[in-house]
Design a protein around this ligand. Structure first.
Ligand code: ATP
Ligand code: MG
Length: 354
């Protein structure tokens, strides 16, 4: 990477050129900060690379700045309940208070044993005791889980969390996940309390703001920057990638235009996102995508002719892809890919299979 490239491809941390989804973000922040929150759980979902992790990180950062939230990031790969207990105990905002109260969780492998105190041997009791302290300190506990999946650990975590939620502890939860994973988490029998929690499907990032960012960074015309913004379709990863590649090219060729990097844009979209998206697709998803490209029109009736299936089947195929954020319904009877250059990607897949 060249020095000074303001675009970043690594995921997770909030990028320098960040196009805020202000409305969606503020809804969550306002709710969590409210004295009588209408929701204490939010799930962020959307296709790979749409910006879920970044949005969650940004929300955490903003809530942390209020000073009212104790924030714990739990890793889905570990034992969530253990991480919860251990992480809360060690949290810099709380640790001193727990020590002063002589909370002894040494039997659980958390902290050291404390003289003249009754050691706690049950992890949910340990968490409850710590939450009592959090509440007394007028703080709220926010748990953040990236890439939630329907695992045994998730179920164990969820059932404990729901008990604290029901008994009015100041516990908050934000989770991200691919639509199919979030769907499976919500439909898990033990996690029914999540059914009512709002799911926020990340919307495309704002065109005008993207255009302005490109215009300013590259000192290009409004028209050229507009064309670049269109080429990202509001896909967060696409926005960073296109800017990143143009920056790199301009280091070698200062008057390069985005047209010079289209091939590389396609290749890196595939490598960084589309190959994985394609692998996660079912056979019917692939049939529909290929038919959309072959029919060379978004018209549902043309696509149905191409596949030769019933309109009910087509409807099912279509709804699956809409839910996963791969296609959009574009007015009555029309669909389109929501991801940039995805048509070109599918074309490539077709030609490779032939
Ligand atoms: N609001 C935004 N404005 C500009 N760039 C963004 C924004 N959100 C995310 N990005 C960029 O998009 C890329 C993908 O972001 P992120 O990793 O958050 O996506 P994700 O939805 O969590 O993906 P995955 O499903 O693979 O975990 C990163 O390069 C990130 O810097
Ligand atoms: Mg992510």
């Amino acid at each position: 990477m060249s020095k000074g490239n303001p675009f970043i491809l690594s995921s997770g941390k909030v990028p320098h050129l960040y196009i805020d989804r202000l409305m969606q973000k503020n809804k969550i922040i306002e709710d969590f900060c409210d004295e009588m929150p209408s929701n204490q759980i939010y799930m962020l979902t959307g296709i790979r690379g749409c910006g879920k992790t970044v949005m969650m990180t940004d929300i955490e950062r903003q809530l942390e700045a209020t000073g009212d939230f104790v924030i714990l990031n739990l890793s889905i790969d570990g034992d969530l309940v253990e991480e919860w207990a251990g992480g809360l105990y060690d949290h810099p905002m709380m640790k001193r208070k727990f020590l002063d109260l002589k909370l002894d969780f040494s039997l659980l492998g958390i902290g050291a044993s404390i003289e003249k105190s009754e050691p706690v041997s049950d992890i949910s009791t340990a968490i409850r005791k710590m939450l009592d302290v959090v509440r007394k300190a007028k703080k709220k506990l926010l748990i953040a889980i990236d890439e939630a999946v329907n695992s045994e650990e998730m179920k164990r975590f969820g059932s404990l969390f729901s008990i604290f939620l029901r008994t009015d502890y100041p516990v908050y939860l934000i989770m991200t996940g691919l639509p199919q994973n979030i769907y499976s988490v919500i439909n898990s029998k033990t996690l029914t309390f999540l059914t009512r929690a709002p799911r926020i499907v990340l919307e495309p990032i704002n065109y005008t703001l993207m255009r302005n960012a490109y215009k300013e960074v590259f000192k290009i015309s409004k028209e050229e920057s507009e064309n670049m913004a269109v080429l990202t379709k509001g896909y967060s990863f696409g926005f960073q990638l296109l800017g990143y590649l143009l920056w790199e090219r301009r280091m070698k060729k200062p008057d390069a235009s985005f047209k010079d990097i289209l091939d590389e844009y396609d290749a890196r979209l595939a490598e960084g996102a589309y190959d994985k998206i394609w692998q996660d697709m079912s056979e019917s998803d692939i049939i529909l995508c290929k038919a959309m490209v072959r029919a060379d029109s978004g018209s549902i009736s043309n696509i149905r002719n191409e596949i030769g299936c019933s309109s009910q089947s087509l409807n099912n195929y279509k709804n699956r892809l809409v839910d996963r954020g791969i296609i959009n319904v574009k007015g009555h009877g029309y669909i389109e890919f929501s991801l940039p250059r995805f048509k070109e990607y599918v074309l490539e897949q077709i030609s490779m299979a032939e």
